[in-house]
Design a protein around this ligand. Structure first.
Ligand code: ATP
Ligand code: MG
Length: 451
């Protein structure tokens, strides 16, 4: 295949640069994706023009540019509200802070720019005028579905260790094999990842976890994962001493993760990866020789929070992961009232996610359960209950009540913490079905709480 359909906005930038006497190509992930028939996330452009020249050419055509990374040769060009990173051909120095190249050298030719790229399938450029420029065998590797580093993998991982994780990410997302020498270097050089910044790690790990082949990669590269999350290491080979579990804790975790729906978000997947992280710390063996891990969800929660903090997840994502670990052993609600309480406690989003997690956890047991087993019956019933409660006028917080603080003050409550307590009481009364979520019944109920 020699033709790539470049979107006309990106093509416009290429045309403008060429008309001004420069070389310009689309490059990297977009070329890879276009050849594979996938939709690229973004179209990056590489050019012989220097940043100031890019700005000048674009200004001449009335296009806005943003100086997003001039130090690294990058100018963002806006075409009809869409952004295109346009970068001068460059070679990167090493990443001693694990965050940015220490120095970049702007180049005259595209060859050096392709040589700095991480994997052969990511190291191709294209323009309609020139066709595909493939100096490292990217097309052959694409057709064989192989990930191979550009040049000696040890050298490349030493320059920037994030490439180890990027390789795992691409293998997971694209379903590719990793070429043996590249794979051996990933294992051997894994400790280099310790110097990479948390932000860069989580950005790649999140994508890895969401790839269709995440479990294959986690299984094959658990030694690398253990550099990023050493808290997982005690799970490897940890025997649960329990006939209900077919696997050790790590294998159970992988099977649970494999059962996640394709659209499950990254924090939920990290939550699944960490859900039993407390187990190895909680094993007791009973008189029948059977293992139990009582309280592992409580022990696991702070461990999971520690992992999220180190990886610098957002506050919301950290809470999501920690809640999954903390509550994955929840009692399955079996009445409308207990379901309303469950929804109130966790909120509708987390409540639904906890059910999804629980289903995965169940699959991860590795023991088939007939449709009419008590657990499956309880599950089906609870899911119907949840559906019913979510469809009935839902109340999840005091803000959903038909009365507010001002109404209570009119009744004679004074401002202060007591007001919040009364609203909370009203909320619980509504959730428990003692009073309708309507103005007058709520006011009558509240009046009885006046001291
Ligand atoms: P995605 O589809 O996720 O955007 P991508 O291949 O475009 O994948 P990006 O992280 O957007 O990946 O990077 C764009 C291109 O820049 C890559 O295809 C690769 O050629 C190059 N690149 C990015 N990061 C590195 C790195 N750490 N080392 C070497 N080359 C890199
Ligand atoms: Mg990209």
């Amino acid at each position: 295949m020699n033709e790539i359909e470049v979107p006309h906005k990106a093509q416009r930038i290429i045309d403008l640069l060429e008309a001004a006497g420069f070389e310009a190509f689309v490059v990297g992930g977009c070329v890879r994706d276009a050849i594979m028939g996938r939709t690229p996330n973004d179209w990056d452009i590489t050019t012989s023009a220097r940043p100031a020249q890019i700005e000048q050419v674009m200004a001449g055509a009335g296009l806005v540019t943003l100086a997003t990374g001039v130090k690294y040769g990058t100018v963002t060009v806006r075409v009809d509200h869409e952004s295109f990173e346009t970068t001068t051909f460059r070679a990167d120095g090493s990443y001693s802070d694990g965050r940015h190249p220490d120095s970049v050298e702007l180049l005259e030719h595209v060859d050096g720019d392709l040589a700095r790229r991480d994997f052969t399938v990511n190291a191709m450029a294209y323009s309609p005028k020139t066709g595909i420029i493939d100096l490292h065998g990217g097309q052959a590797d694409l057709s064989r579905r192989v990930l191979r580093s550009v040049g000696d993998p040890h050298t490349r991982f030493d320059e920037d260790a994030l490439r180890i994780l990027r390789g795992m990410r691409f293998a997971s997302v694209l379903g590719f094999a990793i070429e043996p020498e590249t794979a051996a270097a990933m294992h051997a050089d894994r400790l280099l990842l310790e110097r990479v910044s948390a932000e860069r790690i989580w950005a790649e790990l999140a994508k890895l976890l969401c790839g269709p082949d995440a479990v294959r990669i986690l299984r094959e590269y658990r030694d690398v994962i253990a550099v990023l999350i050493p808290e997982l290491e005690p799970e490897f080979g940890f025997d649960q001493h329990n006939p209900y579990h077919a696997y050790d804790v790590w294998e159970h975790t992988l099977h649970a993760l494999a059962a996640a729906k394709p659209d499950a978000p990254a924090p939920m997947r990290l939550g699944l990866l960490l859900h039993d992280i407390g187990k190895p710390h909680c094993l007791t063996i009973d008189e029948n020789g059977r293992g139990h891990m009582y309280g592992h969800e409580k022990v696991g929660e702070p461990i999971a929070r520690g992992v999220c903090r180190r990886l610098k997840l957002s506050r919301a994502a950290t809470d999501e992961v920690a809640s999954i670990v903390r509550w994955h052993m929840f009692t399955i609600p079996d009445t409308p009232k207990s379901m309303r309480r469950f929804l109130l406690k966790h909120g509708p989003d987390l409540a639904q996610e906890l059910f999804a997690v629980r289903r995965c956890d169940k699959v991860g047991l590795g023991r088939e359960q007939p449709e009419d087993s008590p657990l499956n019956v309880a599950f089906a019933k609870a899911e119907a209950l949840m559906e019913e409660q979510l469809n009935a006028a839902p109340v999840f917080g005091v803000r959903d009540l038909a009365v507010g603080g001002a109404d209570l003050m009119e009744l004679g409550f004074s401002q202060g913490p007591r007001l919040g307590q009364v609203l909370r009481r009203l909320l619980e009364a509504v959730v428990d079905g003692e009073v309708a979520n309507e103005r007058q019944p709520l006011l009558d109920y509240a009046r009885r709480l006046l001291d």
